[in-house]
Design a protein around this ligand. Sequence first.
Ligand SMILES: Cc1cc2nc3c(=O)[nH]c(=O)nc-3n(C[C@H](O)[C@H](O)[C@H](O)COP(=O)(O)OP(=O)(O)OC[C@H]3O[C@@H](n4cnc5c(N)ncnc54)[C@H](O)[C@@H]3O)c2cc1C
Length: 388
Amino acid sequence: MVDNNSIYYSDEHILLKKTVREFAQNELAPLAIDIDTKGIFPSESIKKLSELGLMGIPWDPKYGGGGMDMLSLVITIEELAKVCVSTAATLMAHTSLGTGPFSYFGTDEQKNKYLSKLATGQMIGSFGLTEPNAGSDAGNTQTTATLDGDDFVVNGQKIFCTNAGYAGCIIFTSKIIENGEDKGIAALFVDSDTKGLSLSEPEKKMGWKGSDTRSVYFDQMRIPKENILGNIGKGFKQFLKTLTIGRISISALALGTATGAYELALKYSQERTAFGKKISSFQGISFKLADMATQISASRQLIYHAAWLHDNKKDVIKDAAMAKLFSSEAAMKITTEAIQIHGGYGYIEDYHVERFFRDAKILEIGEGTSEVQRMVIAREILKSFSNT
Ligand SMILES: Cc1cc2nc3c(=O)[nH]c(=O)nc-3n(C[C@H](O)[C@H](O)[C@H](O)COP(=O)(O)OP(=O)(O)OC[C@H]3O[C@@H](n4cnc5c(N)ncnc54)[C@H](O)[C@@H]3O)c2cc1C
């Protein structure tokens, strides 16, 4: 086990880790292959995670949240992802993207109405930033919300929205148009049964097959002008804040994905024999295990450090991007080696590691590609260099 990190854990963290680990083993493990091969959204597991109070871990208890720290969210996502990445991705997107903006930027009234349902898991959240021509270049949003009396009339399209098909509420970015003038981007939200909103069929994906991913279309959709989070012109900046903090939780997904594959490979290497010996006794295999364990440990230090910075109200932009970049690329390498250690069986779905491999690739793309993370890190280190 690459898990001797007790210096980071309080008694509460240790108890939480045990609870989530048992839940994952007892409830998720029997479902994980079906969720993947049949593309089943894990509704029942999400309901049980709500009952355990895990759908709103970091949010204010006043609004039904768990009032826990970022490390608690990291621990939870990591433990779930070690067993079923699709379920972990559903909780991660709901918490950090589909709920976070209400907590960070919502008014008391908005929090009472939405955060209290999202934080308790009564409602699932989704987040629409990406458009057909606005992915890495997210500021190129083409969706418009035109002020008309007391309403916004919204037209446009969001793509790749995680959880959209099961969400009660969708947060999205849009240009605000007032008296024919572009007033900049704002974060808006809409109940998903609103007239003028429609969804595509779920995308057919390489991995994360149980996670729901769809396009969201807005066609003359009318929403009250109060459905805005924060201020006009601040929406894009707000989403960057959401994404920065979100990078810590998607890193936890990478850590769990990598650890799940590593633990299976470690076990298999001690069971499988070739040339009359356990394959773990071959240096070619044991060195792979050493590299995997080292990368997992390094990922964990970066992620836990970023979580600590966040929990201590320090700037986290560079460290969250480093954690996301390193852990997602490590997850891709580790899941590849986990298949190699399993030989031909690694290619067979019953052995699970090919699922972890397919689930890992999106981690280098979603919530900012590896290239975008390098841009962020380079900007931050060059900025601090020019300030010295
Ligand atoms: C399964 C899944 C779930 C997702 N969930 C969500 C969600 O819930 N909400 C949401 O809003 N979005 C979501 N996304 C979208 C995801 O965040 C974007 O796909 C991602 O940000 C990349 O944008 P893009 O696909 O437009 O690629 P592009 O931006 O078109 O990038 C294409 C390539 O060009 C590179 N590139 C672009 N600009 C530069 C540059 N300046 N320098 C160097 N290289 C560059 C990129 O790194 C990449 O390799 C999801 C995507 C998937 C597949």
